[in-house]
Design a protein around this ligand. Structure first.
Ligand code: GUN
Ligand code: ZN
Length: 430
């Protein structure tokens, strides 16, 4: 069969090493105009601009001029079922869940409704340059099928799982320890590594799972250790107090997971704001992933993630919108919020660090960096093309820039979907 080939040209932004490394040299970092040669959706090579490869001589070049081509954004923690309740006013976490989230999630037993929202969610994300996401679904297996099907039609690399809850939630949103195990196992066997799909075992958070359910899901993870496990950790002070009452014997919030086999290197913990020293040490010891959700943490009033401190530890750090607790589908807006939150803690995140968090950082946090999150041979051609002059305000600022970082930063701070000139999934323009 003949191979599908394409060439994309523009200024390429990719990283050989993390800009959080102490010796990362921001000033000598090069963003040159280059060509990306793609075969069957995978990056085959990267070469100088205007020079063609012999075996690509009949292939048309998509030349994006001075636009910046980045790896597609990776949104490492979202709830696609909350798409329609984004920007719901006036509540903090527990009330926000009860008043807005749970009633909406009840609707996802209807496969048609789940499919409609999954398509909306994915289209909003793609138009913002996000090509991979790790999503919570609802307790309904239909919601998981709907999401993976919507992603498969578009050939997207995604992570998702059935959200498990067996108490402290409305009856219609509760499964049991046994059905959580059985449903999750069946869905995992149906979807994990089918095409570009990856299953994540997904207890919502320890307040809505009994010890029996946590332990059933811990058992499932031990049976499928290659899967990710995603959950929430230490998001809001009231939530942590509640966890303390529900699990009086636990040393801390993290311990409520560890006790039941839900702490590990492939564990992905959302929010992780109010961590105790023991928790940080333990997360670092196992090399777990922590996902920063800045627009959500400010919108729901949760707190300020300790980026500077945590970046020095051997945890994996990712960035996420946390739709619908988060207030934007845009990873540009999410980076801006991460910048603002870090500033409130006295740390200025560099644009290189922000872009890295939204691409490679999140890909590493999801253990998918061998497939996505970079522009390098062997990685999928999931790409975002950024116009750094997308509005008059941004343009008049970026025109004064002395280097690429200064040119990019106004787009990070003020950009939205207008800055996304194109999104590619597996080499195909969407
Ligand atoms: N903690 C438990 N469930 C949720 C959720 O849906 N959103 C957020 N932001 N936090 C949670
Ligand atoms: Zn969440």
């Amino acid at each position: 069969m003949s191979k599908n080939k394409n060439i994309i040209e523009g200024r390429i932004l990719s990283f050989d090493e993390s800009p959080f490394n102490k010796d990362f040299d921001v000033s000598s970092f090069k963003v040159d105009k280059k060509r990306i040669f793609i075969i069957d959706g995978i990056i085959d090579s990267i070469g100088p601009a205007n020079i063609n490869r012999h075996d690509f001589r009949d292939v048309e070049v998509a030349d994006y001029g001075d636009h910046l081509i980045s790896a597609g954004f990776v949104d490492a923690h979202v709830h696609y079922p909350q798409t329609a309740i984004i920007a719901s006013w006036g509540k903090r976490l527990i009330d926000w869940l009860n008043v807005y989230t749970f009633p909406e999630e009840m609707r996802f037993q209807d496969l048609n409704y789940a499919s409609e929202i999954a398509a909306n969610y994915i289209n909003f994300s793609l138009s913002n340059g996000t090509t991979t996401m790790a999503s919570y679904c609802t307790i309904h297996p239909e919601s998981v099928d709907a999401f993976f099907e919507a992603a498969a039609i578009r050939n997207m690399c995604v992570v998702a799982g059935k959200t498990c809850m067996d108490h402290n939630a409305p009856d219609d949103l509760c499964d049991t320890a046994q059905t959580a195990y059985d449903d999750s196992k069946a869905l995992l066997e149906r979807w994990h590594q089918k095409g570009r799909a990856h299953y994540a075992i997904t207890p919502r958070f320890s307040p809505t799972s009994t010890p029996d359910q946590l332990s059933a899901l811990g058992l499932l993870w031990s049976e499928f250790p290659e899967c990710l496990m995603q959950t929430h950790l230490s998001e809001q002070v009231d939530e942590i107090d509640w966890v303390r009452k529900l699990f009086p014997k636990a040393r801390d919030y993290l311990d409520t997971y560890e006790t039941f086999g839900l702490l590990g290197e492939r564990g992905v913990y959302g929010h992780a704001i109010h961590l105790e020293t023991r928790e940080i040490d333990r997360l670092s010891e196992v090399g777990a992933s922590l996902i920063h959700c800045p627009t959500s943490n400010t919108f729901i009033g949760s707190g300020l993630f300790e980026m500077e401190n945590l970046a020095l530890r051997s945890v994996r750090l990712g960035l996420a919108s946390d739709i619908g607790g988060g207030s934007s589908f845009s990873m540009l807006r999410t980076m801006a919020s991460a910048y603002e939150v870090a500033q409130l803690r006295g740390f200025a995140l560099h644009p290189a660090q922000l872009m890295w968090l939204a691409t490679q950082g999140s890909a590493k946090a999801l253990h998918l960096d061998d497939q996505i999150g970079n522009i390098a041979p062997g990685i999928a051609a999931d790409l975002t093309v950024l116009n750094l002059s997308s509005t008059p305000v941004i343009s008049q600022r970026s025109e004064r820039a002395n280097n690429v970082w200064e040119e990019l930063f106004p787009t990070i701070m003020m950009g939205d979907d207008r800055a996304i000139a194109a999104t590619y999934v597996a080499g195909k323009k969407i």
